[in-house]
Design a protein around this ligand. Structure first.
Ligand SMILES: [Zn+2]
Ligand SMILES: [Zn+2]
Length: 242
């Protein structure tokens, strides 16, 4: 696995030995084109305005404030934003999560920083917190994909990374196998916050995919029980607006 944080000179050498793969097409990126092929960048669909004021999903109706999922649900998080439309990047995220493409994290974080800089600034957060994996899953995968993005984003924004604050204490069934109600039950008592260390007032949770919001809600519940006032989230991908 590539070391996430290496110096600039070292990066050049590592790039020669292990050329970067493009997060979109997974081919080796042509020299001088950065972290993704120039031609692939145009294929990415970003979440644009109008957006749901709660979950950040793109809306197809200017007159609406919330998406229909948020209209019918009370969330425990305060608000969130998303970078990509899930459909346009789902293969990329799949490789990132399951095929050891940790190197994509630097590109994703750069993109988040570039496109959502204003939103991040307005959040005035004291900490960036990745949604944790259960220790056994992290061991078998070798890394937590949300933590990789969070670490890069913390460097770019200067907002401290809190990667050991939230623990996943229960091994849960993968959320994608469940419907909305089952997702909520699946996450009951799944997370735990390290006691007596939280002196945070505003936090940003980082996750890879937002579907119903039940994972972010479950962590937000625990953080707020420990006195965190505001819980925002940033997710790499979100499904289409409706
Ligand atoms: Zn490409
Ligand atoms: Zn919404």
């Amino acid at each position: 696995m590539r070391n996430v944080f290496i110096g600039r000179g070292m990066t050049k050498i590592v790039n020669l030995l292990f050329p970067l793969r493009c997060p979109v097409c997974d081919e080796i990126v042509p020299v001088g084109e950065g972290k993704a092929c120039r031609s692939c960048r145009g294929k990415i669909r970003y979440i644009r305005e109008p957006k749901c004021q709660k979950c950040g999903r793109q809306l197809n109706d200017e007159a609406k404030v919330f998406c229909s999922a948020c209209e019918g649900k009370k969330h425990l998080f305060d608000r969130g934003v998303a970078l990509y439309d899930y459909q346009s990047m789902k293969k990329s995220v799949y490789r990132f999560k399951y095929k050891n493409r940790c190197e994509y994290a630097a590109f994703y974080a750069q993109e988040i920083y570039k496109r959502l800089k204003n939103e991040i600034h307005c959040m005035e957060a004291d900490a960036i917190i990745p949604i944790p994996l259960h220790v056994s899953r992290q061991k078998s995968r070798g890394y937590n994909q949300a933590e990789l993005i969070a670490a890069h984003l913390s460097k770019l924004t200067g907002i401290p990374l809190e990667k050991n604050l939230v623990k996943r204490i229960r091994k849960t069934v993968p959320q994608k196998q469940l419907d909305a109600r089952a997702r909520q039950n699946n996450l009951k008592k799944a997370f735990n916050i390290k006691p007596n260390v939280v002196k945070l007032s505003k936090t940003i949770l980082i996750d890879d995919i937002y579907t119903t919001g039940s994972t972010v809600d479950a962590v937000a519940r625990e953080l707020k029980c420990r006195g965190v006032g505001t819980v925002y989230f940033i997710t790499l991908c979100i499904g289409e607006g409706f």
